[in-house]
Design a protein around this ligand. Structure first.
Ligand code: GLU
Length: 310
């Protein structure tokens, strides 16, 4: 397993903000459960990591396609989050776990690539497009909302999940915040380059404290530097779950955040392949099983969304 931890390029404001903040919360307590289910043949496939995915044996792809290249290389470079419980959280061994990680492992498995052969790179919110544009990763699976602005630079397969923006406050909700409208003019933390950061500052007039990662927002909320942290409900739920008694989720989403798998712009054959993999997993129950074993340990298992083959 290869792990790359890339430093994030922050704006001057973002970098200044992060000085003095502790880097991350505790890593790695939310494992996927290491479920060892037998596959259809009654055996557990070998080398398939924690998600019991059957690895395609010598899959055939048209020459010159990204699929053929990756299958031939026997590895895939995946950008994901390293600090988000339930979706992408780096464990004590350095390997991330969570639903995004499982979805990436599913794509890899269909390319004939075992979990152990995936190269994981931390992709914080602000660097996801540039990592794909500069060929630092092959795909990004990182609570990554599909939107038109991002589609000008990269393409998306999916969606494979639909989240919504929500808010956490300190336990007891000392400011009495009931929704985003109450945050006008107040200090609120979110991740630089994310859709929730833009929404809360541009649409609701909050004073944005832009962090590199959401885990960097927790101490400012604890010490009163901000009155709220905002991002997708499922990310916030992971923080609430990991820090019992500290934070409260308002529980009212006010945006729709369809999660896609980011890939280099214009690679239509690769996008079609990933969409096919997702649709098959929606239909045969693999998607639901992967969710149950990861985010579903805390959250309800939803219905799968419909793939958008734009
Ligand atoms: N889904 C949102 C986004 O892609 C927020 C989560 C994140 O920053 O990863 O911007």
């Amino acid at each position: 397993m290869r792990i790359t931890r890339k430093s994030t390029i922050l704006s001057a404001a973002g970098a200044a903000l992060l000085l003095g903040l502790t880097a991350c919360g505790p890593a790695g307590s939310a494992g996927p459960g290491g479920v060892d289910e037998p596959d259809e043949g009654g055996e557990t496939a070998t080398g398939n990591g924690p998600y019991s995915l059957e690895i395609a044996e010598n899959p055939e792809f048209e020459e010159g396609t990204t699929m053929a290249e990756l299958a031939e290389a026997g590895t895939i470079r995946v950008g994901t989050k390293f600090d988000q419980p339930l979706f992408g959280l780096q464990g004590p061994d350095g390997v991330p776990v969570g639903f995004d990680v499982a979805i990436a492992a599913l794509v890899a498995a269909e390319l004939g690539i075992a979990f152990e052969d995936i190269e994981w790179t931390e992709a914080q919110s602000a660097v996801r497009e540039s990592f794909l544009e500069s060929d630092q990763v092959d795909i990004v699976v990182a609570t990554y909302t599909i939107n038109d602005a991002r589609k000008e630079r990269i393409d998306f397969a999916g969606p494979y999940f639909v989240a919504g923006q929500d808010i956490i406050v300190a336990a007891g909700n000392p400011e009495g915040i009931t929704g985003p409208e109450d945050l006008e003019g107040l200090p609120v933390c979110s991740a630089e380059g994310s859709t929730p950061a833009a929404t809360i500052s541009e649409e609701y007039g909050a004073e944005l404290l832009a962090a590199g990662a959401y885990s960097d927002c927790l101490d400012p909320l604890r010490n009163g530097q901000v009155v709220a942290v905002t991002t997708d409900n499922v990310i916030l739920s992971g923080f609430v779950d990991q820090n019992p008694g500290e934070f409260e989720l308002l529980g009212e989403t006010f945006t729709e955040e369809p999660y896609g798998i980011g890939l280099p712009k214009g690679d239509d054959a690769f996008r079609t392949f990933i969409n096919d993999v997702l649709e098959e997993a929606f239909e045969d129950g693999t998607w639901a099983r992967l969710y149950e074993e990861t985010a579903g340990t805390v959250l309800e298992v939803p219905e799968p969304p419909s793939v958008d083959r734009y």
